[in-house]
Design a protein around this ligand. Structure first.
Ligand code: KIV
Length: 288
């Protein structure tokens, strides 16, 4: 089992939560404030998802984020998250090509950013990567169903596993990932029936996102849950706040106040003893 400097332990927590029958609550976070919010709100696991590429860096897909960019964000979240396990997401291009590369990247997320586990997408050729990373002592969370890093495939962001062939591939992939040593699975955008079937067929925790209510837990993207992003969100998102509207309105009111001379007030600044100010003026006048 891997422990971070914080002492948080990933696997026993996930396994214990599954054993308790209580759904596991996982949330993404991308910086110190979102990490603090997630922990204070009592989530069980924090994931620094490569969705950061889109939510905080403005790229048009998760494929664009570089390891170093994600590591900076992950370190910031680790500084905020000290009581629950932190999962790092291996970015596109950082693990697929060889087991050695996969282990080296995973080590950076653990050693340089303090992660308790890493997540990677896919089964098939990735099974060997999972075995290698687990063999290096680093817990791995697999990801099946819709794989955002493969969004260039003809199905794009459409739900997966809606026909028997795709569904079977997802179930088989999940079973193989468990056999390869994964500590848990994320399953994304599949019919509720397939979320339930995978959950039934593996013994590790299955955390769903758009995979129905029968999985062993749920994960959502911070910006989606809080209404912080722009544009459409997938149908599986439930918004618990419209934070972006609150922020835009607050900034707009401040800008109006500045333009109308109503900000700052005297109380929002620093005063100076009149005699000191008089001396400043006197000495400036003398200098002329
Ligand atoms: O990157 C991410 O945020 C994810 C979650 C959607 C599970 O992989």
């Amino acid at each position: 089992m891997t422990r971070t400097a914080s002492g948080a332990a990933a696997l026993p927590t996930l396994a214990a939560l599954k054993a308790s029958g209580r759904p596991i609550v996982m949330l993404t976070a991308y910086d110190y404030p979102s990490g603090r919010v997630a922990e204070e709100a009592g989530v069980d696991v924090v994931l620094v998802g490569d969705s950061a590429a889109m939510t905080v860096l403005g790229y048009d897909s998760t494929r664009a984020i570089a390891i170093d960019e994600l590591l900076v964000l992950t370190r910031a979240v680790r500084r905020a998250v000290t009581r629950v396990p932190l999962v790092g997401d291996l970015p596109f291009g950082s693990y697929e090509h060889s087991d050695e590369r996969a282990v080296a990247t995973a080590r950076r997320f653990v050693d340089d950013a303090g992660c308790d586990a890493v997540k990677l997408e896919g089964a098939g050729a990735m099974l060997s990567r999972v075995r290698a990373i687990v063999g290096a002592g680093i817990p791995v969370i697999g990801h099946v169903g819709l794989l955002p890093q493969s969004v260039l495939s003809p199905d794009g962001y459409r739900a997966r596993g809606r026909d028997a062939e795709q569904a079977l591939a997802i179930v088989t992939g999940a079973e193989e990932l468990e056999a390869a040593g994964c500590a848990a699975l994320v399953i994304e955008a599949v019919p509720a029936e397939i979320g339930a079937l995978v959950t039934e067929r593996v013994s590790i925790p299955v955390i769903g996102i758009g995979a129905g209510a029968a999985t062993g837990g749920q994960v959502l993207v911070y910006h989606d849950l809080l209404g912080l992003g722009e544009g459409r969100v997938p149908r599986f998102v439930r918004r618990y706040a419209e934070t972006r509207d609150v922020l835009v309105s607050a900034v707009r009111r401040w800008a109006d106040d500045v333009r109308q001379g109503q900000f700052p007030s005297a109380e929002e600044g620093y005063g100076m003893p009149a005699e000191e100010m008089a001396e400043v003026r006197e000495r400036l006048d003398e200098a002329v």
